[in-house]
Design a protein around this ligand. Sequence first.
Ligand SMILES: Cc1cc2nc3c(=O)[nH]c(=O)nc-3n(C[C@H](O)[C@H](O)[C@H](O)COP(=O)(O)OP(=O)(O)OC[C@H]3O[C@@H](n4cnc5c(N)ncnc54)[C@H](O)[C@@H]3O)c2cc1C
Length: 391
Amino acid sequence: MIGGMDEIDRFCDSFLDDSHRAFREAARGFAKQAIEPHAYAWEEAELFDRGLYTQAAEAGLLGPSFPEAYGGAGGDVFHLLVSTEALIEAGCTGAAVGLGSLEIALPPIMILGSEAQKQRFVPPVLRGERIAALAISEPGAGSDVAGVRCLARPEGAGYRLNGSKLYVTSGVRADQVTVLARTGLDPHAGLSFFVVEKGWEGFRVSRALKKTGWRASDTAELAFEDVFVPTTHRLGEEGAGFACLMQTFLGERLYLAAQGYALAHAAWREAVAYSKAREAFGRPIAGFQVIRHKLADMAARTLSAKVLTYQCAAQVRAGSCSPAQVALVKNEAARAAEWVCREAVQVLGGMGYMRETKVERFSRDARLLAIGGGTSEIMNEIASKGLGLAP
Ligand SMILES: Cc1cc2nc3c(=O)[nH]c(=O)nc-3n(C[C@H](O)[C@H](O)[C@H](O)COP(=O)(O)OP(=O)(O)OC[C@H]3O[C@@H](n4cnc5c(N)ncnc54)[C@H](O)[C@@H]3O)c2cc1C
């Protein structure tokens, strides 16, 4: 079941205007018709239909907060939040995050790219014609971004790129990959962004990875062997990569926090509906106080994660959010998602352990949130610094 306002939505409604509400309804309509009927099959197949990209683009759901000049919907961060809620509710987080890989792959192009690069690499992605992925993590460098070893060595009118990237969301099908590579010795100032295109000699997908959750999205290990990257595909000045990445992390972590409360909210709705329909000992299980109180506790955790994320989004929109604040919010939303989805499985009993149910899938999807986009330990490090706790 997708849609409908409940107490949690109502509590957060003051952050939204009519355009957000209308957009949420349109996104829910799309998710119900284009994703929900296929969710189970796509999760089982570990891949969603590629045609979903163009369908989502036609519905205005790809890059809702990107400027209209580049093919976006010209909205703000709340348009992204409400569409994320709707897509996740459909029960196929893999499709939601697969469509969403552009939300992390395009920002470095928008921040560092020339006008020509933006026009070339952004509109085709927002039309759903090309798939974009972001490649930062490597077999030897995840949390420690300054440890990136993928090497871009100057050669003629470009660079020779060598190395590998790991856990790249949408990387198997990507037509363009925004790659962070080393152009200098300094751990931070020696990193630069490039756009590498599918089909270039020496660039290949070395592995499609199998995952616990987010199953309908593809995740790749990528290999770069003497790939020639023309200078036209370097974003900004040499060495601008690390500072840009720190800037984009804010948006990425907020997006992950949104997935957190959205998973919790969707799991809670499923559990409430089940508790009213399922009977035991001659009455609906919602008739047992222990189940009702569990559902009330789940609502409280969901609500607090959602309010925190909305507040954080309002500050991001106003340009007044710190990395520590986003880190705290991401951790809290991730914890809420894991706990609420676990309890939702409990409310559904044996059915909650079956892959055909949304809550089973949500409980696996939620586990990622404490890892992706920076682990909970790294978020606590960032928060500690912001809180003045680090020695
Ligand atoms: C499904 C999925 C999708 C992903 N998508 C992408 C993507 O599209 N693009 C991309 O570039 N990456 C992607 N990632 C990678 C993700 O960002 C990394 O997995 C994450 O940053 C952690 O890095 P790591 O896995 O190398 O863990 P490690 O850095 O090896 O960490 C292992 C453990 O050590 C802890 N640790 C490390 N350093 C410290 C420290 N200083 N203090 C305390 N504890 C520490 C970590 O918290 C963790 O518990 C994805 C990952 C997954 C699982």
